[in-house]
Every structure is written in C-alpha cells, then in structure tokens.
Design a protein around this ligand. Structure first.
Ligand code: B12
Ligand code: SF4
Length: 394
C-alpha cells in the first residue's frame, strides 16, 4: 500500500506532528510505502529570519500544482485535519479524486464534524485515535506504540530557535490527555483518557530519537507536563540525559518540588495557560486553577530560573475592557517573561461554542480565520487599547 499523508500546516514552523509521526511509524513497520506532503513551505512563515537559512525549499510550483504532480502515485491520501484546515484539505481532496485516489480524513475536525468532512471531500473518516488505522494494528497502551518516525519531514521542521541559538528540535508527548474540562476545549470531548508512557519505555525512545536524528532540544507537547506524580517525574529526571526542553503546564499542578525536578532535568522554558485574569470570565471558561495558583506558579518558575510564557485569549463572549485589563494585570503579577495572546475561536462540540451560537455571537458557516465573527470584545477601540497595554507590559 502507498499512502501520502498531508500535514496541512500554514503558520507554525519547526514542529513535527506527533499523530502523523506515529502513523508513519506504523505504516513503515508494516512494510508500506509512505510520504508526507507538508504544506508549511508554501506559506510565508517559512521565510521568517529564524528559518530562512535552515530551509531547503523543495517546492517546484504552487502548492496545488505540486500536489497534483505527486498524488497519482498513491493508493490513499491521509489528511490530518484541524479546525481551520478543512478548506485547504477539501481543495486537495478534489485533486486526489481526479486521479481516483481515496481520501481519508483524520484528527479533530473529522472526529467532531464527520458529515461535513464527507461533504467536503473525505471518502472515509477516522474518528479519534488513528495509529493503526491503515494497517489494522491495534495498540492498547502508549508503551505499545512504535517509536516516532521523522524520516519524511523536511529539515526546517527540526529547526528550533531558542534564545538566540538554533537547535535541532524533537517533538513528543510523555503523557496524553487532561482531566480538566474547560468550556472552550475539545480535549476532554475527544480524548477523555489520561495516559502516560512508562519511564523506561519513553527514555528508550527519547534516546533513540536523539541519536538517530541528532536532536539537541525537545518540545514536550503534553497538555500538562506536571500532571504526573512527583515520584514519576523524579524517576524520569534521573534517567533523562539532560537535553534542554520546553513544555506546558497547568498552574494547579505546580509545586516547588516539581519545579526543582524540572529544572534539574533540563527544562528551560514553561508555557502556562492563563487565558483570562477576570474571575467572571474564568468561571465561564471553567478554568480550574485559581488566580493564586497562577501567581504562585509564575513566581516559582522565576525563582528556579525557568523562563515562563503564558497563553491568553481575547475576544471572549461578554468580555469587556476591564476584563482584558485584569488579564494584563495577572500576567504582570505572575511575573510572566513572555505573555502571548490569541483571539478566541469557538470549536464545535464545546459548551462555549454552543453559548456563542445561542447568543448570536457566532454564526456557523459564516466564519473565516481572519474574521472570527466574535464581536463582543473586538471593537477597534478595544483592540487599540489592548495592543498598547500589551506592548507596555512586555
Ligand atoms: C502538538 C500540537 C501541535 C503541533 C503539531 C500539530 C498537529 N497537526 O499534530 C503544531 C505546533 C504544529 C501545532 C499547530 C497548530 N495547532 Co496544535 N496542538 C498540538 C497539541 C498540543 C498536541 C497534539 C498531539 O500531538 N496529540 C497527540 C497525537 C498522538 O494525537 P493527534 O494529533 O490527535 O493524532 C491522533 C488522531 O487525531 C488521529 N489522526 C491525526 N491525524 C490523522 C490523519 C489520518 C489520515 C488518520 C487516519 C488519523 C489521524 O490519529 C492520531 C494518532 O492516534 C494539541 C493539544 C493536545 N494536547 O491535544 C494542539 C491542538 C491540536 N492544536 C490546535 C491548534 C488550534 C493549532 C493551530 C491551528 C494553532 C495556530 N493558530 O497556528 C496549528 C494548526 C497546525 C496544523 N494544521 O496542524 C488545537 C486544535 C483545535 C481543533 N479542534 O482543531 C489543539 C487541540 C489545541 C487546543 N486545545 O486549542 N499544534
Ligand atoms: S487545562 Fe488545557 S487541555 Fe485541559 S481542558 Fe483546559 S484547556 Fe483543555
């Protein structure tokens, strides 16, 4: 079987998706031919100063033309589709169909929107986990998964700029899943199970990947790296080679002992979801950690020399100017080194999506990435105020 896997990425450079890396590994292990069609190099981010020197752009024509050239050689095209990727995947599926190549859609979008995906060009969809989808292999535990396979990713997806240096980066997750139930998040709807690799198993794989691909920097994409028990983290840190890494945490899991373990293990930067500093908005978001947890966590990381980055959202339903001010103040109180901000985008299947629809804040079908149609907090005046305050804070 010959399978072409599409990574329809537009605006992030320097990451290899874990889902596709596992699917590649399963196909290769079972003797099938596979290739990755990574759309990243057709979008401007790749021209960014950090990556330019690393990029060996192999595109010949436009994205659609290059896809047309390659797709007839395959039996299946597997699309990994997140919200926001569906339009592009639909265009590519149309081309694949001209050559009678079957299109399988997997990942969050088809899992949450199966009928829409079939309408948009999927011949069949994979709901939820898909590691053994093409080969029929069933994997019960994370420890049973094959080691990630990055043989088909372009060099720029290994490029990890950090603090003025460019490293060769690896992407992995030591644990999967989150037990919390934030109202805007699809995680608990899609993947209710919280699982982790055993320490010896993941260390064996990390060492293998470091040696095979020359990895000298890791990004661990676990939803909350510190969700694991202290004893597990301690054992992991003892066996880990010390390669510098970044990860994500929830402030509710942060204790001084865990922060010390992270530091000794080689953690250089931690990202933490703050999202909003307004108690009434936080209640709507169903964030489980307290404002005190966030301040405490930020200060602990600073004390132990781990850089902090925070995720914040604006444009939330019913959000007002003073809510945004509270978010900015909270980032300051937690002494966050690098606050980042995104526009809220409602994801189908979540309670906040339903709330937006019920209150006419979002009109399904009318949405575009540029104009998410959430008007509540995004007047020009508010945005100007926001940009200015954010700049001042940074
Ligand atoms: C790592 C990660 C990334 C990486 C890799 C992205 C990727 N496509 O895998 C990078 C940094 C590139 C990234 C970028 C973005 N991400 Co991201 N990312 C994550 C993160 C932290 C982990 C995902 C992961 O690896 N899970 C583990 C693997 C094993 O599971 P999986 O990806 O779901 O894959 C399994 C199944 O879905 C299925 N599957 C997946 N693809 C396919 C394909 C086929 C053919 C088949 C059969 C099966 C299949 O099989 C896989 C194995 O079981 C999640 C949050 C989370 N913790 O889940 C957010 C998350 C997926 N990202 C999100 C977003 C919004 C983005 C961006 C749009 C952000 C932006 N504005 O740029 C971009 C989109 C880029 C893109 N088109 O992929 C949202 C998605 C929301 C949604 N419903 O669509 C999430 C859920 C975060 C969140 N809560 O908001 N991300
Ligand atoms: S803590 Fe993060 S991953 Fe967990 S439910 Fe909330 S937003 Fe989702």
């Amino acid at each position: 079987m010959k399978v072409l896997l599409v990574f329809p990425n537009k605006n992030r450079v320097g990451s290899k998706p874990i889902g596709l890396s596992l699917i590649v590994a399963d196909l290769v292990k079972n003797g099938h031919e596979v290739e990755i069609f990574d759309t990243t190099e057709y979008f401007p981010m790749v021209e960014n100063v950090f990556f330019k020197s690393q990029v060996t752009v192999e595109r010949k024509h436009s994205l659609l033309e290059d896809f047309r050239e390659i797709v007839p050689c395959f039996d299946f095209v597997g699309f990994s589709v997140l919200d926001g990727d569906a339009e592009l995947c639909s265009q590519l599926a149309e081309i694949a169909h001209e050559y009678e190549v079957l299109c399988v859609w997997g990942n969050n979008f088809p899992t949450m929107n199966p009928l829409k995906s079939l309408d948009m060009g999927a011949d069949t969809i994979c709901k939820g986990e898909g590691v053994g989808y093409f080969t029929g292999t069933s994997y019960k535990e994370l420890d049973d998964y094959p080691f990630l396979n990055w043989d088909f990713f372009k060099p720029f997806q290994f490029s990890k700029p950090y603090d003025g240096k460019t490293y060769r980066g690896g992407d992995h997750m030591i644990g999967h899943g989150c037990p919390r139930k934030c109202s805007y998040c699809v995680n608990h709807v899609l993947k209710p199970n919280v699982r982790k690799y055993s320490v010896d198993r993941i260390i064996e794989e990390i060492n293998f990947l470091e040696d095979k691909y020359g990895i000298n920097f890791w990004k661990f994409h676990d939803e909350d790296f510190l969700l694991k028990p202290t004893k597990y983290l301690y054992e992991l840190s003892k066996k880990y080679r010390g390669t510098p890494f970044v990860g994500m945490v929830n402030a509710a899991s942060v204790t001084e002992e865990k922060v010390e373990i992270l530091k000794k293990m080689g953690c250089v930067s931690i990202s933490m979801g703050i999202e909003s500093g307004s108690p009434r908005i936080r209640k709507m978001l169903r964030r489980s950690e307290t404002i005190g947890d966030i301040i405490n966590a930020g200060k602990l990381f600073k004390k132990h020399g781990i850089r902090t980055c925070s995720f914040n959202m604006i444009g939330l339903p019913f959000e007002e100017e003073n809510d945004i001010e509270k978010t900015i103040t909270l980032n300051g109180m937690a002494e966050i080194y690098l606050p980042t901000v995104s526009f809220f985008f409602p994801i189908q299947g979540t309670d906040l999506y339903n709330l937006c629809v019920e209150n006419n804040l979002y009109i399904p079908g009318k949405v575009s990435e540029e104009s998410p149609n959430i008007v509540t907090a995004c007047s020009e005046e508010l945005l100007l105020m926001y940009r200015k305050s954010w700049r001042d804070l940074c």
